[in-house]
Write a protein that binds this ligand. Structure first.
Ligand code: ATP
Ligand code: MG
Length: 334
């Protein structure tokens, strides 16, 4: 049987370079080999944006356009809107019995995200327990493979544990998913922060214009120990070079820049200008595909509805098996 991919993104903003190297690149590469479902996780995004639902609403279409712009083929991939598959909420409820409070409290990604988010009224239960609903997202589609960034590994591990517990308690209905981390497990932000992240405003977006891109690149964080262009600089841990490595196909140019940087023979401005050129070339084909779809928003809406319909049908079939396995499938008509 053909293997299946499930992965997704929160519609908290348009997609950025971190999404590309962390996950989108693998999705595009594998879309012909795997039956691919991609979830636009608006329900999960509500867990830390419930006071601003309008923000998510507007970004569902933006994220779908990003998918199409990077080259995900709507004839192969199903784009599914999470809130339109209510079976996910049901499965989440059942999974809650299979996870302990202590396990949730240990999740390192959630811990880190709670610190960043500064919840003023305490941590909402919905946010704290989102690894459980994410396990439902992955398993309801019976995914074999989940292409994700490194921050998501604890969620996949949590999903695997739930599947093992479910299958041993009830019946072998669910599939234990495997994570696949991208070419760069965690792309740093333009501010030098550990992760480029929509919520941290340190992003280069796939939809950035040349002008916006130039501004972001020229104001990037580099090597804080280097004051003058003649000072020897550090390449390791310098996000400008991390981006060169990831996005500049001219390896000879990158090696030469690194060497001169280490020797104090090149200024930040030249390194950034070359990065700008490389990134602008990288984004150009996406801009063309995006323009086509922007001219036909009704096509994007159709693609979303079609993918969501197929996703929901699959989710309903899984839930029939889940309910039977859990002895909560009643048929009093017979
Ligand atoms: P938010 O700040 O709202 O959580 P985000 O930028 O973290 O947004 P998500 O929608 O949470 O984006 O993540 C979608 C996918 O992209 C996940 O698989 C995640 O691991 C991956 N990803 C996000 N940011 C990066 C990054 N900087 N490097 C590598 N992968 C990333
Ligand atoms: Mg995130």
């Amino acid at each position: 049987m053909i293997k299946r991919i499930l992965t997704g993104d929160r519609p908290t903003g348009p997609l950025h370079l971190g999404h590309y190297v962390g996950s989108l690149q693998n999705r595009v590469r594998l879309q012909n080999e795997y039956d691919t479902y991609i979830l636009i996780a608006d329900v999960q995004a509500l867990t830390d944006n419930f006071e601003h639902p309008e923000k998510l609403h507007d970004n569902v279409l933006a994220v779908a356009q990003d998918y199409l712009a990077v080259g995900l083929d709507p004839n192969r991939c199903k784009f599914v809107i999470q809130s339109m598959v209510p079976e996910l909420t049901e499965l989440t409820t059942y999974f809650m019995n299979l996870v302990t409070v202590a396990t949730l409290e240990r999740n390192p990604t959630v811990k880190e995200e709670i610190k960043q988010r500064n919840f003023t009224r305490g941590v909402p239960v919905g946010f704290w327990s989102y690894p459980i609903s994410q396990a439902a997202d992955i398993t309801i589609f019976k995914a074999d493979l989940v292409p994700v960034g490194e921050d998501q590994l604890p969620m996949i591990e949590q999903s695997r544990e739930i599947v093992r517990r479910f299958n041993s308690l009830y019946a072998k209905v669910l599939i234990e998913p495997k994570a696949m981390v991208g070419q760069i497990a965690r792309l740093p932000g333009t501010d030098g922060g550990a992760k480029m992240s929509k919520s941290l405003d340190n992003c280069i977006y796939l939809s950035d214009t040349s002008e916006a891109l130039r501004k972001r690149v020229m104001s990037m964080f580099t090597d804080p120990t280097r004051i003058h262009p003649t000072d020897p600089g550090h390449v390791e841990g310098n996000p400008v070079f991390t981006y060169h490595d990831a996005f500049n196909p001219d390896k000879a140019e990158v090696d030469e820049l690194k060497e001169r940087y280490r020797l104090g023979k090149v200024g930040d401005v030249e390194v950034k200008q070359k990065l700008f050129v490389a990134l602008d070339r990288f984004l150009e084909p996406m801009r063309e595909r995006r323009a086509e779809y922007q001219a036909h928003p009704e096509r994007v809406r159709e693609i979303l509805m079609d993918g969501t319909r197929k996703g929901r049908a699959l989710a309903q079939a899984t839930m029939d098996d889940v309910r039977r396995a859990m002895k909560i499938a009643y048929d009093f008509a017979q």
